[in-house]
Design a protein around this ligand. Structure first.
Ligand code: SF4
Length: 72
């Protein structure tokens, strides 16, 4: 039997390549907010199918490839 806690994922921003133009939080505002400088702030782990879809949409839309979905 699998442990559901091991399946929780998170969206991670690589700030070394993020350009701060905001496509991710415009696309998935339920998952990503922005700070005062316009850089993304991930609000919570991916605990539902909707969260995963929102994360995947943000990953796809980011032109800098700054977003990754990783195990928590
Ligand atoms: S879309 Fe990508 S590069 Fe732009 S703010 Fe979001 S994470 Fe950064």
């Amino acid at each position: 039997m699998s442990d559901l806690r091991q399946q929780v994922q998170r969206l991670v921003v690589d700030m070394s390549v993020c350009a701060g133009h905001g496509l991710c939080y415009s696309t998935s505002p339920q998952l990503i907010d922005c700070d005062d400088q316009g850089y993304p702030v991930v609000l919570h782990d991916l605990s539902s199918e909707d969260d995963v879809r929102a994360a995947e949409a943000a990953v796809v839309v980011c032109p800098e490839r700054a977003l990754n979905i990783e195990p928590r």
